[in-house]
Design a protein around this ligand. Structure first.
Ligand code: TYD
Length: 405
């Protein structure tokens, strides 16, 4: 397999073994599931961290896509804040076009449309796109690539702001996306994109960020290398605590804006992190194995003591944890989640039942394993006067810990 950006040959440095599709919650246990080998790699030339193999994107994003971003209040505020930032900091005008790819059931374009700004959401999953349309977003139900960029430009003209939030990491043909951006962006236009940040993943050992949809985990260095091929440059960055620790990149055409000092400093920080050194990834691999052992030890011990354990949040991330660690319903009684499309189904590959939040409230366990750890504050706030007085939390990263009631 060659690097999806610079075509250099890739080597896998570890494997998480056979994995099902992270969001393919199972309705009927007789149904056959699709498995593939989940193995990450990094490019020794351009440093892009990527999966060796990814299932066909049509298997991941379709009319029954299970993930609805609108389930998180924190994410709603996050989208709203970005909309305000675009309007105030970048002086967006009502007739400037903003295109957001992977806008799911709303996104930033939802908040722009509410304020009557020209907008277009591009999402391949029909069910979430329909939901965004109901909220007033102008929708193009499709994958974004060079071909669709040409269609959009022809129909709507140049784009002032191009947004991709937790979306670029999902698209294997990154070249085609950037070629599309290069084609579609107006002279002074900007691209704003954010995804889980590689140095954060390595620091926290949040290996559960690695699953089929995340074909890439980006660093600033890798984004810069991709931009360079397309006459683009990163002129600003912003550290975010969303999606488990992300970096937001502000990108423009070469020379059209001044590169901020912050960007230059972050390059220096990344250099010190040795993102091209095999030892960096060997250390990550060892940490993943340690994390797996300690999680299994605690779950087995609690089960031996007849404790009930429930997973909180049927996340995509948890599919990697459960399948890599071999955790099934012998260890976890059920998973609680608020997403209607996941409730009363079973987790991919490991078949743990998913139950509603109402069920959780009637069946509080002794321990809840926080799988949606990226929403910890929101969840802890919500459960403060309910679950926290009845049960304990297990948090598996960066180091396994138990928060007692
Ligand atoms: P998400 O953060 O997108 O994680 P991933 O990208 O790994 O799928 O998903 C969070 C999941 O947690 C989603 O299924 C909704 C669920 N959830 C709850 O059940 N209750 C909550 O209070 C929150 C915030 C999320």
């Amino acid at each position: 397999m060659n690097c999806r950006n610079c075509k250099k040959k890739l080597k896998k440095f570890m494997t998480f073994g056979k994995m099902p599709i992270a969001n393919a919650f199972v309705k009927n246990l007789k149904q056959r599931e699709y498995f593939f080998e989940l193995a990450p790699s990094y490019c020794p030339k351009c440093s892009l961290f990527q999966l060796i193999k990814q299932p066909n994107p049509k298997k991941l994003f379709h009319k029954n896509y299970a993930f609805f971003a609108g389930t998180s209040l924190k994410m709603q505020n996050h989208f709203k804040n970005l909309a305000t930032k675009l309007i105030t900091n970048f002086k967006l005008k009502k007739d400037d076009l903003t295109v957001e790819i992977g806008n799911n059931d709303g996104g930033v374009v939802h908040y722009l449309s509410k304020r009557n700004f020209r907008n277009l959401g591009v999402d391949p999953s029909a069910n979430v796109a329909k939901s965004a349309k109901r909220k007033g977003v102008n929708i193009f139900n499709n994958f974004f690539n060079f071909q669709t960029a040409k269609l959009i430009k022809k129909k709507y003209g140049p784009v002032k702001v191009f947004v991709a939030q937790n979306t670029l990491a999902h698209i294997p043909n990154i070249d085609s996306v950037f070629k599309g951006v290069e084609t579609i962006l107006s002279k002074n236009g900007i691209m704003v994109t954010e995804d889980p940040y590689l140095p954060e993943m390595l620091r926290k050992c949040s290996y559960d960020q690695i699953y089929d949809e995340h074909v890439f985990i980006f660093s600033l260095t890798a984004i810069k290398n991709i931009c360079e091929k397309h006459g683009l440059q990163v002129f600003d960055i912003e550290k975010l605590d969303t999606a488990g620790g992300s970096l937001r990149y502000f990108i423009c055409r070469n020379g059209s804006r001044k590169i901020k000092q912050k960007v230059l400093s972050q390059f220096k920080i990344e250099k010190k992190l040795n993102l091209l050194n095999p030892k960096t990834y060997k250390k990550f691999k060892d940490s993943c194995e340690k994390s797996k052992k300690s999680l299994l030890n605690i779950l087995r011990k609690l089960k031996k003591d007849n404790k009930t354990i429930v997973g909180y949040g049927a996340t995509s991330k948890s599919t990697t944890i459960f399948n890599y660690c071999g955790i099934n319903s012998n260890l976890i009684d059920y998973i609680t989640d608020t997403t209607p499309t996941k409730i009363d189904k079973f987790t991919p590959g490991t078949h743990i039942p998913v139950k509603s939040h109402e069920h959780f409230k009637k069946n509080y366990p002794d321990y809840a394993l926080l799988l949606a750890w990226n929403h910890k504050n929101e969840i802890f706030k919500k459960e403060k006067y309910r679950y926290s007085t009845r049960g304990n939390w297990i948090i598996h990263l960066p180091k396994l810990r138990i928060i007692k009631k």
